[in-house]
Design a protein around this ligand. Sequence first.
Ligand SMILES: [Fe+2]
Length: 302
Amino acid sequence: MRYDPENRTFDCDPTLNDSQVLEFCREGYLMLHGAVPDEINERACQYLNGEIPVSPSWLPDGVTVAEVERMRGTHEPSGILLEDWFVEHVLLNPALAGAMRSLLGAHTGLPVLVSNHRVECPAEAQGWHHDADRVFGPELEFAEVFYFPQDTPPELGPTEIAPRTHISRSDGDFTGESVLAGGPAGTLGIHHQSILHRRGASTASGVRHMLKYNYWRTSPPCRDWIEDPEFDPRTAWYGGHAHCQYVAHMLWWLQGQGDEYRIIGGQGWPFRTPNQIGPSYGYGRPDGYQPDWRRNPDGYSR
Ligand SMILES: [Fe+2]
């Protein structure tokens, strides 16, 4: 792990291979259950509950310890990013850092803002939503993390995610497949910020914390994650109709080939089913189409 405290970036070996990077592009999330040690989870809860003093290892220009203390009492306790123990064991958690390095490239940028989704349980489920300012597109300039510092079984209403919904806006009441993204204390989830989600309903009593923050790309995309010798981009599983062409575009963008990506449509690559007797036509064509991501009225013009 090479941490650059001056620029607040890190570098380390990537831990995801081709198939896992594609899985993130296709499903829109990946989970690391119980990744943070218990002692750190307890300290994070104590910090958020105001039970231990704030102890920033440095202060940004113009920020005082009193200001960090004030921040801690809000829904954006970003001063936790200044605590040594949080940087070392949560932000730079080896499994998380390796995944972020794989998805976001060298010299990955650390978060500057933390939101605490603190809930007094029991509570109703939230409505399904895409977060504000999401972008639907092939680019992956940042990825969002959530961190559950306490055991978060279904009874404590973990975040509920709708897989494969980071490609376009879902309107109306969502009734499709979902997963509860909780787990034991120290569970970290990585998701595409555009994914449809909600706070799940909780039935137990108590306070649930969930910290949410973003990691940022600072290097141009290139395929420098782990090579999977079994991975064949011609026959890989990119998803079903109206989904696979976007997923493959994301993967091509991450490989640094987003501009060259072309498809011919229909049953052509990247679509395939297990019942074909040969590979799909259209792989590697220099001409053809790019998917029209801007069919999504997300407020961005291009
Ligand atoms: Fe949300």
